[in-house]
Design a protein around this ligand. Structure first.
Ligand code: C2E
Ligand code: MG
Ligand code: MG
Ligand code: MG
Length: 274
């Protein structure tokens, strides 16, 4: 099993409980060390307008320097342990620094989307911190987007929604990430303060290859009816792109157009984007 999972050294399925706990302790100590020694970095993956094929925003994706440990593994553990709070603050500040750096060089900026875990929303200081960053780095709020998941509704729902609305009132756009991976009630679509919806790669993989592309098509038209823009995540082939375009998907993100880029390469995208 572990071998089939390929490079994912942290596949938990075939190892026993003690190994599991050891692995987890190991990840926790890597995270602590990375916080202390400032060993995180951000990559920026462009998200493209599906019609013009221009980059319309970036998504900031965290990495640990010189490590193959992926956020798919360590973010959950950071969330469980609360380490996501200092890590998340680092991510936010790093994005603002980056935007200021580009702004100072008169680059044509596009918004940067930042992934926010439920624990970070529950944190009472998130609003104040974002407000501080906007002022300190002199960044227009329309250049910041937050990506949240429906998991934020599992605990302290009303309180979290209040906090999210307050952040949104600063002029920051909110996207719902990983649509299709959570629980199935769609009622939250009517009260969540979101502007965009990101269809998880699994949705596309499940429906696009088969004859039932009607599902995707209807989903997208429902979202448009709710005034939401639709992003397809994990688009890897031209065929997928063509189908998603024919179903009026607004934005495309995936290896077909670009993998996550280091800041220097992301800057090249800004320069050639006009
Ligand atoms: P996500 O927010 O859904 O991000 C999209 C993930 O899909 C990224 O994985 C990206 O590298 C990957 N991806 C992009 N295009 C393709 C494609 O065409 N095919 C495939 N197979 N994958 C593609 P990554 O960077 O490993 O991040 C995994 C998850 O970790 C993210 O999923 C997000 O939930 C979380 N994450 C990453 N950075 C942060 C962060 O700074 N803060 C928080 N709280 N979570 C983060
Ligand atoms: Mg995301
Ligand atoms: Mg996503
Ligand atoms: Mg996803």
């Amino acid at each position: 099993e572990a071998k089939r999972a390929g490079k994912n050294r942290y596949c938990y399925f075939s190892i026993d409980m003690t190994d599991k706990i050891d692995e987890k302790m190991n990840v926790i100590s890597i995270l602590r060390k990375s916080i202390e020694e400032d060993q995180f970095k951000l990559l920026y993956q462009p998200i493209y307008d599906s019609v013009s094929k221009k980059a319309s925003s970036f998504e900031a994706l965290i990495r640990i320097k010189d490590s193959s440990l992926s956020p798919g593994v360590f973010i959950d553990i950071a969330e469980e342990t609360g380490l996501i709070v200092p890590i998340g603050r680092w991510v936010l500040q790093e994005v603002f620094k980056q935007l200021q750096f580009w702004q100072d060089r008169n680059f044509d900026l596009i918004p940067v989307a930042i992934n926010i875990s439920p624990r970070q929303i529950r944190d009472d200081n998130l609003f104040d911190f974002i407000k501080f960053l906007l002022e300190e780095y002199e960044i227009c709020p329309s250049l910041i987007e937050l990506e949240i998941t429906e998991n934020m509704l599992l605990e302290d729902k009303d309180d979290n929604l209040k906090k999210l609305n307050k952040i949104k009132s600063l002029g920051i756009c909110i996207s719902l990430d990983d649509f299709g991976t959570g629980y199935s009630s769609l009622s939250y679509l009517s009260y969540m303060p979101i502007d965009k919806i990101k269809l998880d790669k699994s949705i596309k993989d499940k429906f696009l290859d088969r004859k039932d592309t009607e599902v995707i098509k209807s989903l997208i038209s429902m979202f448009h009816g709710l005034n939401l823009k639709v992003v397809a995540e994990g688009v890897e082939t031209e065929e997928e792109y063509i189908q998603l375009l024919s179903h009026s998907t607004d934005y495309i993100q995936g290896y077909l157009f670009s993998k996550p880029l280091n800041p220097e390469d992301a800057a090249l995208i800004l320069k050639t984007n006009q």
